[in-house]
Design a protein around this ligand. Structure first.
Ligand SMILES: C[S@@+](CC[C@H](N)C(=O)[O-])C[C@H]1O[C@@H](n2cnc3c(N)ncnc32)[C@H](O)[C@@H]1O
Length: 89
């Protein structure tokens, strides 16, 4: 049985492009959330609704084992492309 379509399928590339650089996401949202998380080095961190993996790549760069799940197949594809061999998605 195939999973249901996600509203984010077909919109994933646009979201990834915008969220990577938009001031709200790149300069406010991600820095704030990552700051609240503190030191994640050596931790296994689940990103539920990981989207295109923008948080996953930041978490991996900080030494976490970053695990992502997402209901959108297009988002999962983008996250895997972004993380490469570090992907646990
Ligand atoms: C607004 S995007 C945010 C993506 C990422 N957290 C970020 O901030 O860059 C929301 C994501 O949550 C996913 N999502 C929404 N409901 C979900 C669910 N019930 N299970 C898994 N993923 C879900 C969507 O597919 C989408 O990729």
């Amino acid at each position: 049985m195939l999973p249901p379509d996600s509203p984010y399928d077909g919109f994933a590339d646009t979201f990834a492009r915008e969220a990577a650089v938009s001031p709200y996401n790149a300069r406010y949202g991600r820095p704030t959330v990552l700051g609240l998380l503190g030191d994640v080095s050596g931790l296994r961190v689940l990103d539920a609704g990981c989207g295109p993996g923008l948080y996953l790549s930041e978490l991996a760069a900080r030494g976490a084992e970053a695990v992502g799940i997402d209901q959108s197949a297009d988002m999962v594809r983008l996250a895997r492309e972004r993380l490469g061999p570090l992907a646990h998605i």
